[in-house]
Every structure is written in structure tokens, then in C-alpha cells.
Write a protein that binds this ligand. Structure first.
Ligand SMILES: [Fe+2]
Length: 317
């Protein structure tokens, strides 16, 4: 089964700027002659390469910058063999010497697959006191010096046609539909993960939308956001909480386009989760810290059960 994004490959015309961005964001790197490899505590990676690097797959986005490939992790060699067998039925699948597979999805996104032995994360000591529940007697909160993203939580792409992607990722790669934002997009969860979503497709021209990294707490998120702002990086949306997924977010504009998201306190779900059909604005914003984009407040009117079996995305009213 697929167990999340193992590697995201980025390309940049200004290599040094993108490396500085991810370094400021809190990722740890090994420099290479080709660029930088950023390593997350779970064992996943972000590779940053020059846009004209001949070792990269060809670009699938218009200007050749930003993501060049999403490499999905799978939990075993048998799973990897299964992916190769399934995808080889109707498309070219190439294989590297190390066993990594490469293919193209129905939207044109370059995707790869390799065995991913995810590492266990160290325990977090975050505890929230409420007026009646006080797990933190006689001690302060954990103080963070910097954010240290622990996992790649999700990647988001704009694609023009949702239904072929749904068929590909759900029926052929085992992803689960977590929720649907009506006429906007679909949230998908890898079978081997429990975050609300690991992949989100937004209905729009092919584009990179954003990528989210998981943190342990809202404090860590805001320490990271403050550091990024001190280093001169900007945010279009700032701080808020999505209603769908419950994620507290802080988005930072990525130098190669799209956004890179700090994410904390999201929902964790399994196959007992009941997917819903959401009104887009209601789903997207529960609260926002800034004065712009204040969310709708009609609680209870913005989500309903997703019909089962799920109709085609394009036929949902
Ligand atoms: Fe996100």
C-alpha cells in the first residue's frame, strides 16, 4: 500500500533562493553537487535541483519550475511490484537501478514509486490546558526555537479534470476519498496513512497549488511563521484553521510558485471515516487570523454526507 509522499522533487531557476527558503522553513539538508537534499524526521525528502538539470524528469508545469516529480512511498517490494503491474497495463513505467518506478498520471503529473520505510517520530510533549482539563500542572508549555517539520503531509495540484484522476488514484492505487468540496476538488488519503488527506486535487488548469508539512503544535507553527517573516518571506493567506481536515495552517509563498504550508492539529482518520460533501468556502475556512477572507459562519449548513457509491465528481450537485 502507498504510505505517503517519499520524495518531492523541485526545480528552480534560482537554486540558491529555493534552498534558502526550505532552510529557513526548518528543513535539514545535505548539500550535493546538484543542489540540496532536505531530509525530514519521518525519512521523506525534498530534493531541490536547478531547472536545467539534465538528471531531472522533463517539466510538466509551464515554466519548468516548482515540482518535477512526486515520488510516492509504498510499504514493501511486493506493493511496488503490484503498482508496476497495475500501471503497466496502460502506460509506460520505467524503472531505475535502485528499483524506483516512474510514470505519468492522467493529468500529466510525473509520479514515482519506491519502497518507503517510514521512521517512528519522537514523542511530542504538547499538552493543552482547558478550564476543566489541566494535563500541564506546574509546568510551562514546550518552547520552540524554530519549527522543525516532521512529515510531508499533503501535496496539492490544480488539474482540469477530476474524474480521471479519481479513477486512477482511488481504483488503481488504493487512495481513499476523505471528503469532497463541491465543484472545487477532492481530498484523498493514501491507504497507508491517517492524515485527513495526503493529496488534494483542485479543479483548475494544471498547476502546483501547495504542499504541507506537519508540525507538532500551533506554537511550533507560529514560531516557524515568525521566523520565515523575519527572513523576508511573505504569506498571502496567513494564519487560520480549515474546517475540512481541522488543520491549522500558515501558508508561505514559495519562490518557484504556489505555497508551502505549515500544518498542525489536523484530523486523523481511518476507513471508518464517513466522507462528506462540503460547500467550498465553508470547508476552507473555519477561522482566519487576518482581516481578509473572513469565513462563512452558518454552521450545519455547509456539509452533508457524500452519496455512496460516490457519483462522478462532475455530476455532484
Ligand atoms: Fe493544505
Amino acid at each position: 500500500m502507498i504510505n505517503g509522499v517519499e520524495t518531492m522533487v523541485f526545480a528552480a531557476a534560482d537554486l540558491a533562493k529555493l534552498i534558502r527558503f526550505f532552510r529557513d522553513f526548518g528543513l535539514s539538508e545535505n548539500e550535493t553537487s546538484l543542489g540540496a537534499n532536505f531530509n525530514l524526521p519521518e525519512g521523506s525528502r525534498v530534493l531541490v535541483r536547478k531547472a536545467d538539470d539534465a538528471t531531472l524528469p522533463p517539466p510538466f508545469l509551464p515554466d519548468g519550475q516548482g515540482p518535477r516529480e512526486v515520488i510516492w512511498g509504498v510499504d514493501s517490494q511486493a506493493s511496488l511490484d503490484g503498482v508496476r503491474c497495475e500501471l503497466s497495463r496502460d502506460r509506460e513505467v520505467t524503472k531505475d537501478a535502485d528499483g524506483t518506478l516512474h510514470a505519468v498520471d492522467p493529468s500529466g503529473l510525473r509520479i514515482g514509486f519506491r519502497v518507503f520505510a517510514r521512521k517512528a517520530l519522537p514523542p511530542s510533549s504538547t499538552k493543552e490546558n482547558t478550564q476543566t482539563d489541566r494535563p500541564r500542572w506546574n509546568r510551562t508549555r514546550q518552547w520552540f526555537e524554530r519549527a522543525q517539520p516532521k512529515v510531508i503531509q499533503h501535496v496539492v495540484f490544480g488539474i482540469p479534470d477530476i474524474d480521471p484522476a479519481l479513477d486512477f488514484y482511488v481504483n488503481r492505487l488504493g487512495f481513499r476519498v476523505s471528503d469532497v468540496s463541491r465543484d472545487r476538488g477532492v481530498f484523498l488519503r493514501a491507504q497507508g496513512r491517517n492524515e485527513h488527506h495526503n493529496l488534494f486535487f483542485v479543479k483548475r488548469p494544471l498547476s502546483f497549488h501547495h504542499m504541507a508539512f506537519g508540525l507538532d503544535s500551533i506554537d511550533e507553527l507560529m514560531v516557524g511563521a515568525n521566523h520565515m517573516q523575519r527572513q523576508g518571506w511573505s504569506s498571502n493567506f496567513g494564519l487560520g484553521r480549515h474546517r475540512v481536515s481541522s488543520i491549522v495552517f500558515f501558508y508561505i509563498s514559495c519562490p518557484t510558485g504556489g505555497e508551502i504550508e505549515y500544518a498542525a492539529d489536523g484530523d486523523y482518520i481511518d476507513d471508518n471515516w464517513v466522507p462528506r460533501l462540503w460547500e467550498p468556502a465553508f470547508a476552507n475556512q473555519y477561522w482566519m487570523a487576518g482581516p481578509k477572507n473572513l469565513p462563512p459562519t452558518e454552521i450545519g449548513k455547509g456539509a452533508r454526507p457524500l452519496p455512496q457509491p460516490m457519483p462522478r465528481f462532475s455530476e455532484l450537485g
